[in-house]
Design a protein around this ligand. Structure first.
Ligand SMILES: [Zn+2]
Ligand SMILES: [Zn+2]
Length: 100
């Protein structure tokens, strides 16, 4: 990749906890977001969107991480404010006081 298009999520410096790297059915990494301290899934290739099926796979993987680490109830957040052109999905913990 050219210097001018360096992407933080392509380089994926290992500065936080990594939970798992998935290769099939498509590559993505499960790690702790260093700005939010929650699990997130980062797509293994540089594109801005995923298919509904791909999103489903990433959600299931994040649910597994949350369950393993006893994080409680989650909701999924793929608004990408800082890096809008590389897909990543946050699993945010649902606050207890939220209405169902
Ligand atoms: Zn990228
Ligand atoms: Zn984050």
């Amino acid at each position: 990749m050219a210097e001018s298009t360096r992407c933080e999520l392509c380089e994926l410096a290992r500065t936080t906890r990594w939970f798992a790297q998935v290769f099939e059915p498509f590559p993505f990494t499960l790690l702790e977001c260093d700005s939010c301290d929650v699990p997130m899934a980062v797509l293994g290739e540089h594109r801005a969107a995923v298919s509904p099926q791909e999103r489903q796979v990433m959600q299931l993987a994040l649910e597994w991480v949350a369950k393993t680490h006893d994080l409680g109830e989650l909701f999924f957040d793929d608004r990408m404010k800082q890096i809008p052109d590389h897909y990543h999905l946050h699993a945010r913990v649902r606050p207890k006081w939220w209405p169902r």
